[in-house]
Design a protein around this ligand. Sequence first.
Ligand SMILES: [Ca+2]
Length: 310
Amino acid sequence: MDCQIKTDVNVAQKNGRVNLDGQNGSIARQLLHIPFTLGLLIMLFGPACRNGEPLSGAAQVESEAQQIKAPVRVVTYNYEVVKIYPHDSRAFTQGLLFHDGFLYESTGLNGQSSLRKVDLATGEVRQRVEVPATYFAEGLTLFNRRLYQLTWQSRLGFVYDLDSFQLQRNFNYRGEGWGLTHDGNQLVMSDGTNRLRFLDPETLDVKREVDVLDVDRPINLLNELEYVKGDLWSNIWQSDRLVRINMQSGAVTGWVNLAGLLSAEDRLRGTDVLNGIAYDERGDRLFVTGKLWPKLFEIRLIERQARPSR
Ligand SMILES: [Ca+2]
């Protein structure tokens, strides 16, 4: 926790204002003179921390995250296909990630659910474990060499060793399990609504939740997830759209419509919806595919236009 007034003033400088919640209500002031404001803060509330411990009580300055009210740009992207790879058209893709030259994939449907390690170039499944037919596997992420896999409605997750695919433990959660990724610290989970949960990777406790909104509009049906360069990307179930999300605020910051990615001819071959985003951080490559799609696409996003979100 940040407990230094200095930092709060820095935030105020960055955003031109600060909110102070006192017992008598909220005071929002435009900061014209930072030194004056620093003096005001100290006069009103004294030091924000003592012996390194934050002061408690109603007079505590709001957290940095709450103070940041900077306008958000919402960018619309076009896309171009960089390369097309084969994908198992029997794979009902529910989770997808890239690690060390391979794709890792979670496939769904009862009786067909699996965890797979897949050769990117050939689409060949190199390693695979079957998920018991009781379960419909969903999102997948890799954290500290452990693969975390959700199930749709069983409220049960699995943790596997990356190398052996040996099941290490189970964990429980409330509601439904849809997409899963991580931001380097916490797992991020979707459940079909517009709410994201942030989970401690050790305890699997929910540490934080955020609602995803495009201005004031809730963006529901968030499905497969991927953390890319500080932002969260999600595809929207039963659509061709990807949405980019600010993970602190839940604000939508970008959209891309991938309609036309899979040809009409391929669409007729028993394919299901777009689902699955994977990012190769080292190669800066973005991959997308879908449920029962015969192809996996490396795509590049091109900014088309931007609008303010408020
Ligand atoms: Ca993913």
